[in-house]
Design a protein around this ligand. Structure first.
Ligand code: PLP
Length: 388
């Protein structure tokens, strides 16, 4: 049976070119970038080349890029790094209720240590209102953090407008751009951000590597102390093969950014339309148009997300319910609840996230298989009597 992978928001397959680019750095070019001999300099050169590529993709300078172990570390670094570096100025942080757990848990950590966190509401599409941000700023506010796009419902936030407000108020703005970098254009100056987070495995790079953009002049304390790597901002021997992989992934993404986004938007819209035509009592979650080109998130009344995922998996179709991190638990997704969905609607959610290897046939296969699964599950659900 052909397997169809529609869970690219959880992770993407590593591109063959990326693997090829990484391999020499495990074998012949294994040097430590801190060594001054030729092996070391070869590795250092590769790291710096990757840094330049990442910086170019987001309109930054290479010295503003810090490599990390992924999105989670970069989010933690941004939040805690700014919080502890600016404690004397204030202790107030503004964020949104749809952030990834890397942010929400780091916020809880800071809250227990005396920082005050304002979590703004979002509308039914998951959008933060920039005017709410403006109203929430006080003279103690040191950081605003709003993700660029939701990993769950795909809504793209008005980060540029929030950035203007942050700049006027002299407050740093951080944005988790894990789901957007490499998928839609991201430019740190256009977004007016001071800190931005990237994860390689969401853009066909390897897992366990990411980057934090830090605008020059941003006050940040380091979380990792040790050697002088990353200009003393993140100690520890660099993961050279992974960093090279991130650089290659970024280069490939840059090459076909607009074209791939258009192709995926077409498939996304076909899937949304097809699902609406074939399944009744189904609702699109997230913004109808201001959303990621590859994201379709729906709630299906009277059908459980977990059961739909498992039944689809038996047919070779891999999707998720809620986010990858929360789908292991039966807690309804905090992001879906923040949009105003009931726990039942959140439990009945399915997220399809399309990617490079998907085509129209894959979408047609979902449209052929899912209605039967939903009908079967509803037939077993006492609650669905009302619609039968
Ligand atoms: N932020 C967002 C929006 C994500 O979707 C993810 C991964 O699911 C992360 C952060 C964490 O990134 P990583 O898996 O590289 O730690």
């Amino acid at each position: 049976m052909k397997r169809i992978y529609l869970d690219h928001a959880a992770t993407t397959p590593t591109h063959a070119e990326v693997v090829k680019a990484m391999l020499p750095y495990f074998t012949d070019a294994f040097g430590n970038p801190s060594s001054i001999h030729s092996y070391g300099q070869e590795a250092k050169g590769a790291v710096e080349e990757a840094r330049t590529k990442v910086a170019e993709l987001i309109g930054a300078r290479s010295e503003e890029i810090i490599f990390t172990s992924g999105g989670t570390e970069a989010d933690n670094y941004a939040l805690k790094g700014v919080a502890y570096a600016n404690e004397r100025k204030g202790n107030h942080i503004i964020t949104s209720p749809i952030e990834h757990h890397a942010m929400t848990e780091a916020c809880k950590f800071l809250e227990k240590r005396g920082f005050r966190i304002t979590c703004l509401p979002v509308d039914r599409y998951g959008l933060v209102d920039p005017q709410d941000v403006k109203r929430a700023i006080t003279d103690k506010t040191i950081l605003i953090s709003v993700m660029h796009a939701s990993n769950e419902v795909g809504t793209i936030e008005p980060v540029d407008e929030i950035g203007k407000i942050a700049r006027e108020a002299g407050v740093y703005l951080h944005s988790d751009a894990v789901q957007t970098v490499g998928h839609i254009p991201v430019n740190v100056d256009e977004l007016n951000v001071d800190l931005l987070v990237i994860s390689a495995h969401k853009l066909y790079g390897p897992k366990g590597v990411g980057a934090l953009y830090v605008r020059k002049g941003t006050r940040l304390v380091s979380l990792m102390h040790g050697g002088g790597q990353e200009k003393k901002r993140r100690a520890g021997t660099e993961n050279v093969p992974a960093i090279v992989g991130l650089g290659k992934a970024v280069e490939l993404a840059r090459h076909d950014l607009g074209e791939e986004a258009r192709r995926l938007s077409y498939l996304r819209d076909k899937l949304v339309k097809g699902l609406g035509e074939r399944i009744d009592h189904i609702h699109l979650n997230g913004h109808p148009s201001q959303r990621l080109p590859n994201n379709v998130n729906v709630s299906v009344d009277f059908a459980e997300g977990e059961s739909m995922v498992l039944n689809l998996d038996l047919e070779g179709i891999c999707v998720s319910t809620g986010s990858a991190c929360s789908s292991a638990s039966l807690e309804p997704s905090h992001a879906l609840l923040a949009l105003g969905l009931s726990p039942e609607q959140a439990h009945g959610s399915l997220r399809f996230s399309l990617g490079r290897e998907n085509n129209e046939e894959d979408v047609e296969r979902v449209l052929e298989i899912l209605p039967g699964i939903v009908a079967k599950l509803r037939a077993m659900s006492p609650l669905s009597k009302s619609i039968r």
